[in-house]
Design a protein around this ligand. Structure first.
Ligand SMILES: [Zn+2]
Ligand SMILES: [Zn+2]
Length: 215
């Protein structure tokens, strides 16, 4: 589902109506920490940890990104911008986080992949803070993925598998891919808010999506 929001295009990833995630707390604005200059080039993706508690997953996600998209990755950490908090449930606006990722990308990474454990949202279905798994722009501004809605009642192995799919999906958007409508199994399908859709998807794009981005 493609929606025009503000001045750049945002594609919704996956919505769920779950309201049982921890409420976010107010946090100060902070710039991410710097990374070593030798890691920086136009093909490198920056993975920016923003209030991301599952630090042991960072390398796993980075390696998955490199193995699938062949992008080098650089790592940095920070906190979510306070300005992205959406009342009344204090979730964080995925759209505002993506704008933040774009604004703070002073080193000109190809784009920035944000990871957080906080609950993120977007304006959808008439609700200003509709909870989502992730959000990615079609204009390579960046993407944000959250573990908040991936963790309930499942093993760490399952959380990793879900997060890998969500992150790879959002990066697909950053490469310009819309949701896949091919008849083939593909992680670029719209999940329509269902974690079961994420779980049923392969850890792969279909041939049609791959051909669109010349993979
Ligand atoms: Zn999507
Ligand atoms: Zn596809």
């Amino acid at each position: 589902m493609i929606k025009k929001i503000s001045f750049f295009l945002i594609l919704f990833l996956i919505f769920i109506a779950c309201n049982n995630c921890p409420k976010a707390t107010s946090l100060p604005i902070s710039q991410s920490k710097g990374v070593h200059s030798t890691e920086i080039n136009n093909d490198t993706i920056q993975i920016l940890s923003l209030d991301f508690n599952e630090k042991n997953l960072l390398l796993i996600i980075g390696n998955k990104i490199t193995s699938f998209y062949h992008h080098p990755v650089a790592y940095a950490s920070g906190i979510l911008p306070k300005s992205s908090i959406v009342p009344p449930r204090a979730r964080y606006s995925g759209n505002k986080i993506i704008q933040y990722l774009k604004d703070q990308n002073k080193n000109h990474y190809r784009f920035v992949v944000g990871l957080t454990s906080k609950d993120i949202c977007t304006n959808a279905n008439g609700i200003s803070d509709w909870g989502i798994f992730g959000l990615g722009s079609l204009d390579a501004s960046g993407c944000i993925s959250s573990t908040c809605r991936l963790k309930k009642g499942v093993s760490e192995k399952k959380v990793i598998e879900r997060l890998e799919k969500v992150v790879l999906h959002e990066i697909g958007h950053n490469h310009g891919l819309a949701h896949c409508i091919s008849p083939y199994p593909c992680f670029m399908k719209a999940a329509d808010g269902k974690i079961s859709q994420v779980d049923s998807e392969p850890m792969d794009m279909c041939v049609e999506c791959k051909s669109k981005i010349k993979m």
